[in-house]
Design a protein around this ligand. Structure first.
Ligand SMILES: N[C@@H](CCC(=O)N[C@@H](CS)C(=O)NCC(=O)O)C(=O)O
Length: 199
C-alpha cells in the first residue's frame, strides 16, 4: 500500500493515475489537511509518496521509481526507449509544468490588473508553443508513447486542465485533444478523480 500526498487536480493526480495503471492500492491524503506538511517534505511540494516508510519526493523521480519497481512497459529497458520515455516525462515535468506554474505565480502575486492580464497572456503564448510541440509529436500515434499510454501523456493531461483556472486562451491541437480524451476516459483517471473528490 502506497500513501500519496496530493492537492486536488494538481500534478500529484498524475502520480495517482499511474499507480492505478500499475494496479497498486493507494491511500491519498490532502496536503491541506496536514498540520505541518513541511515536516514531511521541506520543499512543501506535492507529490510525496510514502512506500514502506520511505518518503519519496520529486514527481519524475517518483514515477521512475514506481515504473521501475513494477516492471512497467511505460519505462522501456532498451537504452533508446528508456531515453525517449525519460525525455518525454521531463518535457512534461520540467518544461510544460513550469510554463503553467508561471500562470499561478502571476495570478497570485501581481496586483495591478492590466499588468496581470498582460503577463498571463505572455505566459500563455509560451504554453501554446509547447502544446504545438506536443501536437507535432502526436502525428504518428495515439499517445506520446506511440500506441501505448506513457507517463508523459498522463502528466500532460493533468496540466491541460490548469488553463481553465485563468483568463487565458490556451490552444491545444486536435491530436492532442484526442490524446487527452483517451487518457481522461481511462478507469485509472476516473477512479483517481473520484478518490480526490471523495476526500
Ligand atoms: N519539482 C517538483 C514540483 C512539484 C510542484 O510544483 N507541485 C506543485 C503542485 S502541481 C506544488 O506542490 N505546489 C505547492 C502547493 O501546492 O502548495 C516535482 O516535480 O515534484
Amino acid at each position: 500500500m502506497y500513501t500519496l500526498y496530493y492537492s486536488p487536480r494538481a500534478c500529484s493526480l498524475a502520480t495517482q493515475v499511474i499507480l492505478r495503471e500499475l494496479g497498486q492500492n493507494i491511500e491519498i491524503i490532502d496536503k491541506s489537511k496536514v498540520s505541518n506538511f513541511n515536516a514531511i517534505n521541506p520543499v512543501g511540494s506535492i507529490p510525496v509518496l510514502v512506500d514502506d516508510g520511505e518518503v519519496l519526493t520529486e514527481g519524475v523521480a517518483i514515477l521512475l521509481y514506481i515504473l521501475h519497481k513494477h516492471h512497467s512497459p511505460m519505462l522501456p529497458s532498451d537504452p533508446q526507449g528508456y531515453q525517449r520515455a525519460l525525455q518525454e516525462m521531463l518535457f512534461a515535468n520540467a518544461t510544460m509544468h513550469p510554463a503553467y506554474s508561471k500562470l499561478f505565480f502571476i495570478a497570485n502575486n501581481v496586483t495591478d490588473e492590466q499588468t496581470k492580464h498582460d503577463l498571463l497572456h505572455k505566459a500563455s503564448l509560451r504554453i501554446n508553443e509547447l502544446w504545438q510541440v506536443v501536437e507535432s509529436r502526436l502525428q504518428s500515434g495515439d499517445f506520446l508513447g506511440g500506441e501505448q499510454l506513457s507517463a508523459a501523456d498522463v502528466l500532460l493531461t493533468v496540466y491541460s486542465h490548469w488553463g481553465s483556472f485563468f483568463a487565458v486562451d490556451i490552444v491545444i491541437g486536435k491530436q492532442t485533444c484526442a490524446m487527452i480524451q483517451r487518457v481522461e476516459a481511462r478507469a485509472s483517471f476516473q477512479q483517481s478523480l473520484a478518490a480526490e473528490q471523495a476526500q
